[in-house]
Design a protein around this ligand. Sequence first.
Ligand SMILES: Nc1ncnc2c1ncn2[C@@H]1O[C@H](COP(=O)(O)OP(=O)(O)OP(=O)(O)O)[C@@H](O)[C@H]1O
Length: 323
Amino acid sequence: MSSFAIETVQLDREYRTSTGTIRRRRLVVPALSGISLAVPPREIFGLVGPNGAGKTTLIKVLTTLLLPTSGRASVLGHDVASEARSIRRKVNFVFGGERGLYWRLSAEDNLRYFADLYRVPAREGRPRAQELLELVGLSDRRHERVEGFSKGMKQRLHLAKSLINRPQVLFLDEPSIGLDPVAARQLRSLIERVRREHGTTILLTSHYMWEMETLSDRIAVIIDGTIRHLDSPQALRTAAVGSHVVELVLADAADEGVVSGAAREFGLAVAASADGRRVIRVHTSRPAHLVAAVVSQCDLGIAGHSIRDSQLEDAYVLMVEGK
Ligand SMILES: Nc1ncnc2c1ncn2[C@@H]1O[C@H](COP(=O)(O)OP(=O)(O)OP(=O)(O)O)[C@@H](O)[C@H]1O
């Protein structure tokens, strides 16, 4: 039996659909191709990738909502195809923007309803609902109907609902979509708390790179249904773009010939910034050295420069654009 919380080996998943209105043609969409990964217990594992990369499909296979086309996947040692019932009892999920709550019921009644669905003994259902409402900061609103809740409150209630069966593995697909920065931050600290206090393994997707960088122990970058990179956020960042981003702002009078000569020599790309200035942006692990070299070796006409730590988003953009 696998000691990993989640394991996949050469996992493929296709969708069979059709195209065209008059002459309909069969279409096979390969959503996942040869996905192999192993997530140990208690890890927060991030999945990032462009729209349509296959993240939701992977979560649907792992939560037994979709069968694999070929390859293997197991959760807590149970095979997704042959042991789906065992998996469903032990995992739970939140799909961002989902309408999976009963809006006309109160927060507490929602949780007690889902406790019944998961066959939580009646004696335990009420205290567990209270405890989860406390955890997500909704105790004092527990008797109010969900339809009056803000997006952030609903998302926190979704998270509480997903913990009702004390899952060992939690799948969160864009849980913070549409939340304001304060609500998103509250949700992030809740996710960390769930892992810390319950030892839950969490597989998370989000398009917010800052969020993924903050929360994830490791991140897989999925592009066109395959894992292209897999490492810690810091390792992904520095391998792709170095530790720093330097921006050299060119003076209005900077000589075109000198600028393009320097760009060639140092392998730099000149881009226009939002305010119309010409900027040379370069990723490097030796920012001071680079600035000194560029400034001393050519009279570029530099009006200013800035150096900042590189972020996962810098690396992500390069990985996706470079494919
Ligand atoms: N029901 C379906 N029928 C046909 N094709 C589908 C279906 N669901 C998804 N796909 C296709 O499978 C591929 C992967 O989609 P998926 O939703 O898993 O991507 P994603 O990474 O979650 O995207 P997003 O970031 O936009 O949520 C895409 O090409 C998508 O069009």
